[in-house]
Design a protein around this ligand. Structure first.
Ligand code: CUA
Length: 337
């Protein structure tokens, strides 16, 4: 078999993949080099200093130069590894500003994917080539781990919080998606595909699957759960106005501040309302723990994020968004593949 046939690494299909592999090669190379030197010296010294007479050998008292070298050189090597890997790590954990948002919920035992414009998928994620994609991960039950070996990215989906990851695919194709955290009996079946498409093809795919956007679904939920009764946006409201609140600082009842009302803040406020009560309001909101799913939470947050001044729906509005096609009012059942 030719060496070229041996797949030592998975395919490099993201912008970060070569950087990760370079570090990996450096670490493997260093390990092989150091181990070889040690192994060769062990054999060499074993032969050279084998017992040949009863006369005791002269003891070695020590050498400052030698000791400095064998401490200094390894220190330098591991510092190179540390600084280099840290730089790549920061690149991996910092999504670019212009990244496309995709939302993923892990549950026993599948991945559900939502795009901003409402397209939903199961165990599959369609993304365009050459564009950064930021993934917000949530879990409905236990810890899962979103792992795409060809992209060299892996991130846990942790119950009770949002985690993030990003990648930019470099070539169209289908790439394996795995769950990389043992999550129960069917963990090994929690697999899927990342489908990387040409931008034009991706646009076409998006428009062919267009549906109510996440924000529109969130608006329906906002009415269905009666959030609007208190978050009515007017001056007599019993709860804070949510218009234009996303990413803005919030002063709390206890005098502390939330620096930015982000996804995690809204998620917590829906599931555990007494945790961070806004200044000037009473802790009267009931919890929605066990009532909303993680997918619905993402939709509610998308709605709040898109909510501009004056856009809070009127209290008496039907719990469906206005749509010309009555069939389009109900969210479509999840498509089985
Ligand atoms: Cu989900 Cu393993």
């Amino acid at each position: 078999m030719l060496m070229a046939d041996v797949a030592l690494f998975p395919e490099q299909a993201s912008t970060i993949a070569p950087s990760v592999d370079h570090i990996y090669c450096f670490i493997i190379g260093t390990t092989v080099a150091v181990s070889s030197v040690v192994a060769i010296l062990v054999i060499y010294f074993a032969i050279k200093y084998r017992r040949r007479s009863e006369a005791p050998p002269k003891p070695i008292v020590g050498s400052l130069l030698l000791e400095s070298l064998w401490s200094g050189i390894p220190l330098l090597i591991v510092l190179v590894m540390f600084v280099w890997a840290a730089r790549v790590y920061f690149e991996i954990v910092t999504p670019p500003q212009d990244a496309i948002d995709v939302f993923v919920v892990g549950r026993q035992w599948m991945w559900t994917v939502q795009h901003r414009d409402g397209q939903r998928e199961k165990n599959e994620m369609h993304v365009p080539v050459g564009k950064p994609v930021k993934i917000t991960l949530a879990s409905e039950d236990v810890i899962h781990s979103f792992f795409v070996p060809d992209f060299r990215v892996k991130q846990d989906a942790v119950p009770g919080r949002y985690t993030h990851m990003w990648f930019e695919a470099t070539k169209p194709g289908r790439y394996r998606l795995y769950c990389a955290e043992y999550c129960g009996t069917e963990h090994s079946k929690m697999i899927g595909w990342i489908v990387v498409q040409d931008p034009a093809e991706h646009e076409e795919w998006l428009s062919s699957r267009a549906d109510l956007s996440m924000a529109q679904r969130g608006r329906q939920l906002f009415l269905r759960f009666q959030c609007v009764t208190c978050h009515s946006g007017d001056s007599q409201a019993k709860a804070p106005n949510l218009e234009g609140l996303y990413n803005r600082p919030v002063r709390l009842r206890d005098g502390t501040d939330v620096p930015a009302a982000n996804d995690d803040y809204f998620r917590e406020s829906i599931l555990n309302p007494p945790a961070k009560v806004v200044a000037g309001y009473e802790p009267i909101m009931p919890t929605y723990q066990g009532i909303v799913t993680e997918e619905e939470l993402l939709q509610l947050v998308a709605f709040i994020r898109a909510l501009r001044p004056g856009e809070t729906p009127p209290r008496n509005e039907q719990s469906t968004a206005p749509q010309s096609d009555p069939k389009a009012r109900e969210p479509k059942p999840f498509q089985q593949k």
